[in-house]
Design a protein around this ligand. Structure first.
Ligand code: CA
Ligand code: CA
Ligand code: CA
Ligand code: CA
Length: 305
């Protein structure tokens, strides 16, 4: 995405990092440790309630050693930082908010709630802005690829269009945006706006990511056009699977995602061993889950009719 956005923060200085360790033995700024090759990991935000980011988070918060939110008028987010008020912590909501910042949005219209990592951009917040997830290779081996999919929820209740794009980086400085994953919200607000989900999937390959090294996954947003208030959106169901070799041309479970990607009309049913987070950042094993995903739209889309 480059630095014209001005939203990519550099790591803490070595000196500050050292002093933090001396003061309270905070966890290392090591990112989210994903230790198994071939096993999907999921972040579902189901305990997140928009209470901000902390290095030792409560369940209702994100772990700032894993996540960084940039582009808020209350100041730059940073990995390992304490951001538990104001723009960073707008709390739980079902949407239809007006104050700019980061929310825990419940996007379910009825029944069981579905909590997500939500954003309300305004003129002074998140235009542009970004959520960046640091994922660290803790497998003990070099990993070559990362299979990734996630859901974006959109609430088209403002007469502007916003873009939500995905980029990744191996150094948190040089980001590559994958345009085919881009989403733009519709310009004109819906009459009775409701949350709508869009799924996205990709395979990041040729990573050559050494043990202990990190990859940075970034969802960034900005205005597209229109006037008045801006739409709301949120991120959910991030699933990641490390791979240690190039994807084979022979069909096998680990390359189903790529095959689905190449066959965009495929309605994809897949049984997976899913490791999920009980809070937004801690990964724990759960039983098998069936995941159904429509991968019909791999091109940039807009929900504008
Ligand atoms: Ca969720
Ligand atoms: Ca603000
Ligand atoms: Ca709003
Ligand atoms: Ca709109």
């Amino acid at each position: 995405m480059g630095h014209k956005m001005g939203i990519c923060q550099h790591s803490l200085s070595v000196g500050l990092f050292a002093s933090l360790l001396l003061v309270d033995a905070a966890p290392a700024l090591g990112g989210l440790m994903v230790s198994t090759i071939g096993t999907p990991f999921r972040i579902d935000f189901d305990a997140f309630r928009g209470r901000g980011l902390m290095p030792n988070p409560m369940a209702s918060q994100l772990d700032s050693n894993h996540w960084r939110i940039s582009g808020l008028s209350d100041g730059p987010g940073r990995f390992g930082g304490t951001h538990d008020s104001g723009d960073f912590a707008r709390g739980p909501s079902s949407g239809g908010v007006t104050t700019g910042g980061v929310y825990g949005f419940n996007v379910a219209s009825s029944g069981e709630p579905n909590w997500t990592l939500g954003f309300q951009p305004i003129g002074s917040d998140l235009t542009p802005g970004a959520a960046t997830l640091m994922v660290t290779n803790a497998t003990g081996a070099v990993v070559d690829r990362l299979e990734l999919d996630y859901d974006i929820w959109l609430l088209n209740n403002g007469d502007r269009s916003s873009s939500i794009r995905f980029a990744y980086s191996m150094d948190d400085e040089n980001y590559e945006t994958l345009d085919r994953l881009s989403i733009a919200t519709a310009l004109e607000a819906d009459t009775n706006a409701g949350w709508e989900a869009v799924g996205r999937a990709t395979v990041l390959s040729a990573l050559n990511l050494a043990e202990g090294s990190s990859i940075f996954l970034q969802w960034w947003m900005d205005d597209v056009g229109g006037r008045g208030s801006r739409d709301e959106w949120s991120l959910d169901q991030i699933e990641m699977t490390w791979g240690d070799s190039p994807v084979s041309t022979v069909p096998e479970p680990s390359s189903w995602m790529l095959l689905a990607f190449l066959c965009p009309a495929t309605l994809w049913h897949r049984r997976r061993n899913v490791v999920r987070s009980t809070n937004a950042s801690t990964l724990k094993p759960v039983t098998r889950a069936i995941r159904k995903k429509m991968l019909a739209a791999v091109e940039p889309i807009t929900l504008e009719q």
